[in-house]
Design a protein around this ligand. Structure first.
Ligand SMILES: [Zn+2]
Length: 256
Protein backbone atom coordinates (compact mmCIF):
# COMPACT_ATOMS: atom_id res chain seq x y z
CA UNK A 1 0.00 0.00 0.00
CA UNK A 2 1.21 3.47 -0.87
CA UNK A 3 2.24 5.58 2.12
CA UNK A 4 0.15 8.70 2.53
CA UNK A 5 2.11 11.96 2.55
CA UNK A 6 1.68 13.85 5.80
CA UNK A 7 1.54 17.09 3.79
CA UNK A 8 -0.66 17.76 0.76
CA UNK A 9 0.89 18.61 -2.60
CA UNK A 10 1.63 22.31 -3.07
CA UNK A 11 1.64 23.54 -6.67
CA UNK A 12 3.31 26.96 -6.85
CA UNK A 13 2.17 27.74 -10.41
CA UNK A 14 -0.88 26.30 -12.15
CA UNK A 15 -3.52 27.60 -14.55
CA UNK A 16 -7.07 26.77 -13.56
CA UNK A 17 -10.24 28.06 -15.14
CA UNK A 18 -12.03 30.37 -12.67
CA UNK A 19 -15.35 29.67 -14.41
CA UNK A 20 -15.19 26.00 -13.34
CA UNK A 21 -17.44 24.76 -10.53
CA UNK A 22 -15.94 24.18 -7.08
CA UNK A 23 -16.60 20.45 -7.53
CA UNK A 24 -14.57 20.37 -10.75
CA UNK A 25 -11.57 21.86 -8.91
CA UNK A 26 -11.98 19.88 -5.68
CA UNK A 27 -9.04 17.51 -6.25
CA UNK A 28 -6.23 19.83 -7.36
CA UNK A 29 -4.36 19.62 -4.05
CA UNK A 30 -3.18 22.97 -2.68
CA UNK A 31 -2.46 25.25 -5.62
CA UNK A 32 -1.51 28.79 -6.50
CA UNK A 33 -3.55 29.58 -9.61
CA UNK A 34 -2.17 32.19 -11.98
CA UNK A 35 -4.23 34.57 -14.08
CA UNK A 36 -3.42 35.60 -17.65
CA UNK A 37 -5.43 38.83 -17.75
CA UNK A 38 -7.10 41.28 -15.39
CA UNK A 39 -10.51 40.06 -16.57
CA UNK A 40 -9.56 36.55 -15.50
CA UNK A 41 -8.07 37.91 -12.26
CA UNK A 42 -11.38 39.62 -11.44
CA UNK A 43 -13.32 36.40 -12.05
CA UNK A 44 -10.80 34.52 -9.88
CA UNK A 45 -11.07 37.11 -7.09
CA UNK A 46 -14.79 36.36 -6.75
CA UNK A 47 -14.15 32.67 -5.95
CA UNK A 48 -14.01 31.02 -2.53
CA UNK A 49 -11.90 27.89 -2.68
CA UNK A 50 -10.39 26.49 0.49
CA UNK A 51 -7.31 25.03 -1.21
CA UNK A 52 -6.66 27.35 -4.18
CA UNK A 53 -5.08 30.80 -3.90
CA UNK A 54 -5.99 32.75 -7.02
CA UNK A 55 -3.49 35.28 -8.38
CA UNK A 56 -3.79 38.58 -10.20
CA UNK A 57 -1.75 38.72 -13.37
CA UNK A 58 -1.19 39.87 -16.93
CA UNK A 59 0.73 37.38 -19.06
CA UNK A 60 3.50 38.71 -21.37
CA UNK A 61 2.23 36.54 -24.25
CA UNK A 62 -1.32 37.88 -24.15
CA UNK A 63 -1.60 40.89 -26.46
CA UNK A 64 -5.18 41.79 -25.57
CA UNK A 65 -4.50 41.54 -21.84
CA UNK A 66 -1.30 43.58 -22.14
CA UNK A 67 -2.99 46.28 -24.22
CA UNK A 68 -5.88 46.50 -21.73
CA UNK A 69 -3.65 46.49 -18.61
CA UNK A 70 -4.81 49.11 -16.11
CA UNK A 71 -2.40 49.63 -13.18
CA UNK A 72 -5.13 51.05 -10.95
CA UNK A 73 -7.32 47.98 -11.43
CA UNK A 74 -4.29 45.73 -10.98
CA UNK A 75 -3.55 47.50 -7.67
CA UNK A 76 -7.14 47.13 -6.52
CA UNK A 77 -7.16 43.39 -7.29
CA UNK A 78 -3.73 42.93 -5.68
CA UNK A 79 -5.05 44.32 -2.38
CA UNK A 80 -7.34 41.30 -2.13
CA UNK A 81 -4.95 38.44 -2.88
CA UNK A 82 -1.69 36.93 -1.62
CA UNK A 83 -0.55 35.99 -5.09
CA UNK A 84 0.61 38.11 -8.02
CA UNK A 85 1.04 36.15 -11.23
CA UNK A 86 1.53 35.55 -13.85
CA UNK A 87 3.57 38.58 -14.81
CA UNK A 88 6.93 38.92 -16.53
CA UNK A 89 8.69 39.26 -19.86
CA UNK A 90 8.95 37.01 -22.93
CA UNK A 91 11.30 37.80 -25.82
CA UNK A 92 9.51 35.21 -28.00
CA UNK A 93 6.14 36.90 -27.60
CA UNK A 94 4.36 38.87 -30.34
CA UNK A 95 3.53 41.49 -27.73
CA UNK A 96 5.93 44.42 -28.34
CA UNK A 97 8.66 44.42 -25.71
CA UNK A 98 8.02 48.09 -24.78
CA UNK A 99 4.44 47.19 -23.93
CA UNK A 100 5.55 44.15 -21.89
CA UNK A 101 8.10 46.30 -20.05
CA UNK A 102 5.55 48.99 -19.27
CA UNK A 103 3.14 46.43 -17.78
CA UNK A 104 5.86 44.57 -15.87
CA UNK A 105 7.29 47.79 -14.42
CA UNK A 106 3.87 49.05 -13.34
CA UNK A 107 3.11 45.68 -11.74
CA UNK A 108 6.46 45.65 -9.91
CA UNK A 109 5.87 49.23 -8.67
CA UNK A 110 2.60 48.13 -7.09
CA UNK A 111 4.10 44.90 -5.71
CA UNK A 112 6.94 46.92 -4.19
CA UNK A 113 4.31 48.73 -2.08
CA UNK A 114 2.28 45.58 -1.37
CA UNK A 115 4.55 42.59 -0.64
CA UNK A 116 3.18 39.45 -2.27
CA UNK A 117 4.18 36.03 -3.61
CA UNK A 118 5.02 37.08 -7.19
CA UNK A 119 5.25 34.40 -9.88
CA UNK A 120 7.42 35.66 -12.74
CA UNK A 121 7.66 34.41 -16.32
CA UNK A 122 11.04 34.95 -18.01
CA UNK A 123 11.05 32.86 -21.21
CA UNK A 124 14.00 34.00 -23.39
CA UNK A 125 14.17 37.06 -21.16
CA UNK A 126 16.09 35.91 -18.11
CA UNK A 127 18.61 38.78 -18.38
CA UNK A 128 15.87 41.37 -18.87
CA UNK A 129 13.88 40.11 -15.88
CA UNK A 130 16.92 40.23 -13.59
CA UNK A 131 17.67 43.79 -14.76
CA UNK A 132 14.10 44.84 -13.92
CA UNK A 133 14.23 43.18 -10.49
CA UNK A 134 17.48 45.01 -9.80
CA UNK A 135 15.87 48.31 -10.84
CA UNK A 136 12.78 47.73 -8.73
CA UNK A 137 13.36 45.22 -5.92
CA UNK A 138 10.20 43.49 -4.67
CA UNK A 139 9.33 40.99 -1.96
CA UNK A 140 9.08 38.13 -2.93
CA UNK A 141 10.03 37.29 -6.55
CA UNK A 142 9.48 33.64 -7.53
CA UNK A 143 10.99 32.70 -10.88
CA UNK A 144 8.76 30.21 -12.64
CA UNK A 145 10.11 27.65 -15.18
CA UNK A 146 13.53 29.32 -14.90
CA UNK A 147 15.94 28.77 -17.83
CA UNK A 148 18.70 31.26 -16.94
CA UNK A 149 22.38 30.41 -17.10
CA UNK A 150 24.26 29.21 -14.03
CA UNK A 151 25.69 32.71 -13.53
CA UNK A 152 22.23 34.31 -13.89
CA UNK A 153 20.88 31.77 -11.43
CA UNK A 154 23.44 32.81 -8.82
CA UNK A 155 22.58 36.44 -9.52
CA UNK A 156 18.88 35.69 -9.00
CA UNK A 157 19.65 33.97 -5.69
CA UNK A 158 21.61 37.05 -4.59
CA UNK A 159 18.58 39.20 -5.53
CA UNK A 160 16.43 37.15 -3.13
CA UNK A 161 14.57 35.13 -5.78
CA UNK A 162 12.86 31.81 -5.17
CA UNK A 163 12.43 29.23 -7.94
CA UNK A 164 9.29 27.25 -8.69
CA UNK A 165 10.68 24.27 -10.54
CA UNK A 166 8.82 22.64 -13.43
CA UNK A 167 9.46 19.04 -14.54
CA UNK A 168 10.90 20.34 -17.84
CA UNK A 169 13.79 22.08 -16.07
CA UNK A 170 14.07 19.95 -12.91
CA UNK A 171 17.00 17.91 -14.22
CA UNK A 172 19.19 20.97 -14.77
CA UNK A 173 22.13 20.80 -12.36
CA UNK A 174 22.19 24.57 -11.82
CA UNK A 175 19.40 24.17 -9.27
CA UNK A 176 21.53 21.82 -7.16
CA UNK A 177 24.77 23.77 -7.67
CA UNK A 178 23.42 27.33 -7.49
CA UNK A 179 20.12 27.35 -5.61
CA UNK A 180 20.03 26.62 -1.87
CA UNK A 181 17.21 24.21 -0.96
CA UNK A 182 15.51 26.92 1.09
CA UNK A 183 14.71 28.77 -2.15
CA UNK A 184 12.88 26.04 -4.02
CA UNK A 185 9.22 25.35 -4.73
CA UNK A 186 7.64 23.00 -7.25
CA UNK A 187 5.06 23.67 -9.93
CA UNK A 188 3.00 21.94 -12.59
CA UNK A 189 2.26 24.94 -14.88
CA UNK A 190 -0.86 22.88 -15.48
CA UNK A 191 -2.92 24.24 -18.39
CA UNK A 192 -6.65 24.92 -18.70
CA UNK A 193 -7.21 21.84 -20.82
CA UNK A 194 -5.44 19.43 -18.48
CA UNK A 195 -7.59 17.56 -15.94
CA UNK A 196 -7.29 19.48 -12.62
CA UNK A 197 -7.26 16.25 -10.61
CA UNK A 198 -3.95 15.31 -12.31
CA UNK A 199 -2.07 18.10 -10.49
CA UNK A 200 -1.09 16.19 -7.31
CA UNK A 201 0.37 13.40 -9.45
CA UNK A 202 2.37 15.87 -11.55
CA UNK A 203 3.64 17.58 -8.41
CA UNK A 204 4.81 14.20 -7.09
CA UNK A 205 6.73 13.67 -10.32
CA UNK A 206 8.47 17.06 -10.09
CA UNK A 207 9.27 16.41 -6.42
CA UNK A 208 10.83 13.12 -7.45
CA UNK A 209 13.04 14.84 -10.06
CA UNK A 210 14.04 17.63 -7.68
CA UNK A 211 14.80 15.08 -4.95
CA UNK A 212 17.25 13.38 -7.32
CA UNK A 213 19.02 16.71 -7.82
CA UNK A 214 19.26 17.52 -4.13
CA UNK A 215 19.93 13.89 -3.20
CA UNK A 216 17.18 13.62 -0.65
CA UNK A 217 13.77 11.97 -0.46
CA UNK A 218 10.66 13.15 -2.25
CA UNK A 219 8.95 13.66 1.12
CA UNK A 220 11.79 16.00 2.14
CA UNK A 221 11.26 18.08 -1.00
CA UNK A 222 7.56 18.34 -0.18
CA UNK A 223 8.34 19.48 3.37
CA UNK A 224 10.94 21.90 2.07
CA UNK A 225 8.51 23.41 -0.44
CA UNK A 226 5.98 23.99 2.35
CA UNK A 227 8.61 25.45 4.68
CA UNK A 228 9.83 27.78 1.94
CA UNK A 229 6.30 28.85 1.08
CA UNK A 230 5.59 29.44 4.78
CA UNK A 231 8.77 31.56 4.99
CA UNK A 232 7.58 33.68 2.05
CA UNK A 233 4.19 34.16 3.68
CA UNK A 234 5.82 35.20 6.95
CA UNK A 235 8.18 37.63 5.21
CA UNK A 236 5.38 39.28 3.25
CA UNK A 237 2.85 39.26 6.12
CA UNK A 238 0.02 38.01 3.93
CA UNK A 239 -1.30 34.93 5.74
CA UNK A 240 -4.68 36.66 6.20
CA UNK A 241 -5.03 36.86 2.42
CA UNK A 242 -4.68 33.11 1.89
CA UNK A 243 -7.70 30.80 1.63
CA UNK A 244 -8.45 28.94 4.88
CA UNK A 245 -7.07 25.54 3.90
CA UNK A 246 -3.72 26.95 2.80
CA UNK A 247 -3.37 29.40 5.71
CA UNK A 248 -4.08 26.57 8.19
CA UNK A 249 -1.30 24.54 6.63
CA UNK A 250 1.09 27.52 6.75
CA UNK A 251 0.31 28.14 10.44
CA UNK A 252 0.91 24.44 11.14
CA UNK A 253 4.36 24.74 9.54
CA UNK A 254 5.11 27.88 11.57
CA UNK A 255 4.07 26.07 14.73
CA UNK A 256 6.06 22.92 13.98
ZN1 LIG B 1 2.18 29.83 -16.42
Amino acid sequence: MKAIDPLPALDAHAHLDPSESQAALADTGMALAMSLSLDESAAAAARQDDHIAWGVGCHPRKLKAQTAFDPEWFGHLTEQTAIVGEIGLDAGSRVPLELQLRTFRQALEIAARMPRFISIHSYQATRLVLDELRRRPVAVPVLHWWTGTAAETSEAVALGCYFSIHSAVARQTKFRTRVPPERILVESDHGYNDPPEAIPCRIEWVEHLVAQQYRCSRAEIRRMAWQNFAAIIRETGIVHLLPDGISRQVRDIWGA
